[in-house]
Design a protein around this ligand. Sequence first.
Ligand SMILES: C[S@@+](CC[C@H](N)C(=O)[O-])C[C@H]1O[C@@H](n2cnc3c(N)ncnc32)[C@H](O)[C@@H]1O
Length: 279
Amino acid sequence: MTTGDNAAAMKSHATYSTAREATAHALRTRWAHLHEIADRQPRICDLGTGDGEFLDQVLARLELNARIEIVEPDEDLAPLAIQRLRAHGHDVSRVQDTGSGLPVDAYLAAHVLFYLPDINGWLTSALARLAPDGVLSVVQRAPTCECNALRKLVRDHHGVAPKVTSDRVRRLAATHGMTTDVVPIASTLSYPTVDPCLAPVPAQSADPELARLICWLAALPTDQRLPDALGREINAFLTDHLVDGTLTLNQYDLLITATRSVGAATQSVEPAATRAQRA
Ligand SMILES: C[S@@+](CC[C@H](N)C(=O)[O-])C[C@H]1O[C@@H](n2cnc3c(N)ncnc32)[C@H](O)[C@@H]1O
């Protein structure tokens, strides 16, 4: 991807896919505890906020205002997210990482863990930020997701294994005394087109918006020539999913939510100074 491509692809995804709406709906239920503390503005961390629309949708559904820390390295996306969330009444600060600060009531990591070099290190620090009854929510593509199948073509071509699976997240969370539950979420990507195929250099495709979206989903550069065999495989996949003039991909995500196990929650000791700061 080139500068600005992430922001544009994310916008296209929000336009043509029902994934954000479906996931925001599911997350609303898992974050219902925030209502009980709505009057003191819950604290939320969002790792990999993107354009902020997803978190914004969740909070709109919950009808509450929050104090939000975002971590977003993309210089196009971060200002969009800050502007959007502030416009809807939230206090927003951008931080480099979520390793230190006041305890948070909810921590979100949606479609971002594959960027991290050290998942266990991140999880340890994220869980250390959680208030005793805080929740950590991770959103990942399910193995059955057709966008994941597209990404798998690229991984297989380069002989690379998936970096993080939902099972791994659950196992790691368990070693930290957390209980996890998983909610599957089905959605659809529907992009009207007569020809979904990528050009050898995707940015030169007949429909650059679609090419940017496909490259974003598959983690491919838009401005570099695709290896011929990989290009053929991707185009065969895209053509197979063309139904009545619409590229249609069934998307399946997993919402993994970690809460402290009952024993751990009652044993958790929050320093008095921190407790006072939270109030
Ligand atoms: C696929 S987008 C997901 C955006 C948003 N969470 C959503 O679900 O709509 C992943 C985001 O993570 C950001 N990102 C990449 N590396 C990161 C890192 N090391 N830490 C935090 N965010 C990162 C990217 O810039 C991108 O905006």
